[in-house]
Design a binder for this molecule. Sequence first.
Ligand SMILES: Cc1cc2nc3c(=O)[nH]c(=O)nc-3n(C[C@H](O)[C@H](O)[C@H](O)COP(=O)(O)OP(=O)(O)OC[C@H]3O[C@@H](n4cnc5c(N)ncnc54)[C@H](O)[C@@H]3O)c2cc1C
Length: 477
Amino acid sequence: MAEGRSFDVVVIGGGPGGYIAAIRAAQLGFATACIDDWTRAGDKPALGGTCTNVGCIPSKALLQSSENYAHADHAFAAHGIAIEGLSIDVAKMLARKDKVVAQNNDGIAYLFKKNRIAFFHGRGAFAGRDADAWRVDVAGPGAATIVGRHVIVATGSAPRALPGVAFDNVRILDNAGALAIAEVPKRLGVVGAGVIGLEMGSVWRRLGAEVTMLEALPAFLGAADEAVAKEALKSFTKQGLAIRLGVRITAVRVGKDDVAVDYTDAAGAAQSATFDRLIVSIGRVPFTTGLGADKVGLALDARGFVEVDADCRTNLANVWAIGDVVRGPMLAHKAEEEGVAVAERIAGQHGHVDFNTVPWVIYTSPEIAWVGKTEQQLKSEGVAYRAGSFPFSANGRARALGDTTGFVKFLADAGTDRILGVHMIGPFVSELIAEGVVAMEFGASSEDIARICHAHPSLSEVTREAALAVDQRTLNL
Ligand SMILES: Cc1cc2nc3c(=O)[nH]c(=O)nc-3n(C[C@H](O)[C@H](O)[C@H](O)COP(=O)(O)OP(=O)(O)OC[C@H]3O[C@@H](n4cnc5c(N)ncnc54)[C@H](O)[C@@H]3O)c2cc1C
């Protein structure tokens, strides 16, 4: 075991929060180490955390494969392209996904080398404090005891199980299981119609599974703007996702070849359904197992999150925490922003993360994206606002793409015209939302966007037209 290596900054966790924090710390001139325990085939490290290994990246790889299949199945004919004997090789699709993941793992390892970040493969645990530095033990292939003047905890999150129903990744699947189903299930159940449930349900629905989604909340996509949620429900239902809202699960029985779920529906009537596989995507819980939080008195809140202030400071001197393991949205880019901000604060700079301009994206078809306040939030806060919407159906590029579902909606302050929220559902809105984020970061008005020249023909013209709609002067509708 290597002893006594000492660093300015030790990062525990190599997900998007941790690896970005390490890179920024190294850029700022700090001697930096990162500890991560994720392991892939051949006992090799797999940097990138949940996001790279079983989250953002593999889900997008499968969404792309399944969307290509769905296009070949339904959309190509209109272009005069005939395909006979269309089929999907699931093993090949999964192998492609694994390759995309490995490219990202290796990309991060390269970035560590480039930035001279010392990487330790294994589980990091607080061991104590000597003078003005923290001792951290690493257990695993890269076993060592290292010391850091500052420690950044970025240990992420783990999937939440249904009470009394453990994940087995055979019948009851977490996100990792949902991304690795070896054949298209005939009947797929999904508990939780949130972002992950909708993305995973979409993948397997497009490939032919009968998908039933069981959601506890009475409203669909409650965090999204109501108009967007309504349009999304219509689209997903048309695609064949059977979405049941207001459901209360009363029993789950795992059989040899299937899984039976008893539940009460929104009207309180008892129902039962049987599936070949059941994905449980009811949220995630902070992960601090094995971190040694108790040993050094690192404070956790009642839900197990590491307690931090607005600047990601914990209760311990020079110990910071970021990403999924602390309060706030469980999003990779939020984790990254906190990582950058903390590294800059350690350097005495003024790192800053504005939660109001963190974008949200759901990579279904149509895609959904938003930033800022929803219309229902503004109403409940009593803010006077003006709204403007424009549909993709009135846009030339969307017609040429053959994808005219959805709209862009702006919400602007009634008095100052400052943009308060931008909501999108439609093609490539995961990319279009960046304009809304930039606009809000710069404190733009809807008129600013309306006066900016947007390329023609492009989907971004819908954004401009929606901004024009705030002042009721759309040009193409
Ligand atoms: C299916 C799915 C799809 C998603 N899609 C998106 C998306 O499209 N966009 C988006 O923004 N977010 C998405 N997310 C959420 C995103 O993955 C998380 O918000 C993000 O990964 C959080 O980053 P993090 O660095 O805080 O933690 P993590 O990514 O969870 O990384 C934590 C790392 O720390 C390691 N670790 C934990 N404890 C220790 C220890 N004691 N010692 C050493 N290592 C340790 C873990 O093994 C892991 O490698 C998705 C999540 C899932 C599950």
